[in-house]
Design a protein around this ligand. Structure first.
Ligand code: ARG
Length: 562
């Protein structure tokens, strides 16, 4: 239902309806009006003061049954809806559409590539990746809900000299049984040992280089080990992805582009963009760009991370013919993406404008950093396990008789971490705190999940919603606030997608849960007259539906009980 249009349709005077429609807005103070039309922009064309225009518009309104009140106030036309009718329409729409409420087809026929998570082989899956993965997956689902064809790409970091080092380390000290069991932790141990021993034994570095060359040359043993390391890592991250409800359509990582870089380098050379610099090959930028040259080939002929991304961009355009190609990557790589996109533009790719770097911040733990370099790695799996254990403690104390406590604790613990990752604007750095994300009364995942589960207890207590619905049961400010939020949900999705900002959804769903809990506190449901009770239960049902829809987009489970 388009309520803005309904407003302009009610105006019978001789006005440009499209222009009026573009002016209709939600007022700052919703106690004054549900929608309003500020008339200031009309003053010039109509050659009248806005106050007068507002009065004339207001006087020409045919209120019908839906508009309860219309007033001209200080240059605004303020419209108030009939609470009961407005509530009825919104609730009926939410319930009729159910899981599809908020879904649209605005993206029909358009493909969006989204590169996210993009973990590194044989490196730990740590908290930074959690932020990246949660943001990327939420954006993925949101665009899917808006009808886009979305391709999720895990651009694995599966190339580089470190694989030579790993092979040397594995052959010297590796123990397959241990690595099969301990996965990346086992690989990390021998990798760290390599660096220690190489300090006193530089010959190891030469061996590592030789093994990396062997991988490049397709040596059977080298490739087997390379693939083994990859398999071990993917098995481990796969488990985490399952817990996070995350899936990918492609795992084409850096090594996938080994044979796809040369044509791109040739093309850039042909266009006169790729030039020699001390034996290396670079693309230089105009001074006004204020960027160092983009290095695409080292003097020894080796290609780089940027070279692979360049090849990947062309491959994606050719393969998917994307409408947008999104990279969810931390802001440390701002320069990399600016360079990448600029080179594409210089090479005459008109689609360079469709490339988007969705930058995000860093995550640290309350008591210290989490980067690999500090040797202070916090494995995401451990964080999830701790969150689940803590969620279990809370459940044990609040609701000891709950069935399936472990399964519920998993949903609450993992949901809490995910929600915590998505609650702030993505560009902000996050200081992660278990207490904060697991606070059942805070602006958190568990709080929203709890509200969802509370709806179920209400249905249990009150039984099915009966036929007779008296919408005067929701003719109050608390219900109206909820109805307004419910109506806004489809716009919230679009806004979140447009900004590549899942926090638009997390913030919204907290607002909705708070509004519902306020209503629940102020108004009785069980024990009210049948029609009133049914109206309030209908409201409850719609709230639960929309919370569920929103949490699903965020990748957060909805326990039926908590
Ligand atoms: N593997 C990289 C890292 O962990 C991120 C890759 C992002 N994607 C890309 N196409 N560059 O830093």
């Amino acid at each position: 239902m388009d309520y803005k249009k309904l407003i302009t349709d009610s105006i019978k005077g001789d006005y440009d309806k499209d222009e009026l429609l573009s002016l209709v807005a939600v007022p700052k103070d919703t106690a004054m009006a549900d929608l309003c039309i500020p008339c200031f922009k009309l003053a010039k064309a109509l050659r009248k003061p806005p106050q007068v225009i507002a009065q004339e518009i207001a006087a020409s309104v045919d209120k019908g049954e839906f508009i309860a009140d219309v007033q001209a106030v200080a240059g605004f036309v303020n419209f108030k809806f009939d609470n009961k009718l407005y509530g009825k329409r919104v609730l009926e729409e939410v319930i009729a559409k159910g899981e599809n409420y908020g879904v649209s087809d605005e993206g029909k026929g358009k493909t969006i590539c989204i590169d996210y998570s993009s973990v590194n082989i044989a490196k730990p899956f740590h908290m930074g990746h959690m932020l990246n993965t949660s943001i990327g997956a939420a954006i993925y689902r949101t665009y899917t809900a808006l009808g886009y064809n979305v391709v999720g790409i895990n651009h694995l970091g599966d190339w580089g000299t470190q694989f030579g080092k790993l092979i040397v380390a594995y052959k010297l000290w590796g123990n397959k049984e241990d690595i099969d069991k301990r996965g990346v932790r086992g690989l990390l141990d021998i990798y760290v040992r390599f660096h220690k021993e190489a300090e006193s034994n530089p010959a190891l570095e030469d061996e590592a280089r030789a093994w990396f060359k062997a991988i490049e040359d397709g040596n059977k043993e080298a490739l087997e080990l390379f693939n083994y390391f990859k398999e071990i890592t993917l098995k481990e991250v796969g488990k985490v992805y399952d817990r996070l409800h995350v899936k990918f359509d492609s795992y084409a990582g850096e090594s996938f582009y080994n044979d796809k870089m040369q044509p791109v380098l040739d093309m850039l050379t042909e266009k006169g963009l790729l030039v020699e610099s001390d034996g290396a090959k670079v693309v230089r930028f105009d001074e006004s760009e204020n960027m160092p040259p983009c290095l695409l080939q080292r003097s020894d002929g080796a290609t780089l991370y940027a070279t692979r991304d360049m090849a990947a961009a062309f491959y994606r355009k050719k393969t998917y013919d994307f409408y947008k190609c999104i990279y969810v990557v931390a802001y440390q790589q701002n320069l990399h993406f600016r360079q990448l996109f600029k080179v594409l533009e210089m090479a005459g790719c008109e689609w360079a404008k469709d490339m988007v770097h969705v930058a995000h911040g860093m995550v640290s733990l309350e008591n210290g950093s989490m980067s690999t370099r500090d040797g202070n790695v916090v494995f995401l799996e451990d964080v999830l396990n701790t969150a689940v254990a803590k969620a279990k403690e809370v459940i044990d104390s609040k609701n000891p008789d709950l069935k399936d406590k472990d399964a519920i604790a998993e949903k609450v613990g993992v949901g809490a971490v995910t929600f915590g990752m998505l609650y702030n604007g993505r560009i902000k750095d996050i200081v992660f705190s278990f207490d904060k994300v697991l606070n059942f009364d805070g602006e958190t995942g568990p709080y929203v999940q709890y509200t969802y589960a509370r709806c179920n207890s209400l249905f249990e207590k009150c039984g099915e919603i009966g036929e007779e619905i008296d919408y005067s049961g929701i003719d109050n400010e608390e219900s109206k606030d909820i109805v307004r939020l419910l109506e806004k949900y489809p716009e919230v999705l679009k806004d979140s997608a447009r900004k590549y900002e899942p926090s638009v959804i997390t913030r919204y769903v907290v607002d909705l849960a708070q509004a519902f809990n306020k209503f629940y506190f102020e108004h009785k449901i069980n024990g009210e007259a049948e029609g009133i009770k049914n109206a309030r239960l209908t409201l409850t049902k719609a709230v639960q539906q929309v919370i569920g829809n929103a949490l699903k987009l965020l990748g957060i489970a909805t326990p039926e009980k908590m």
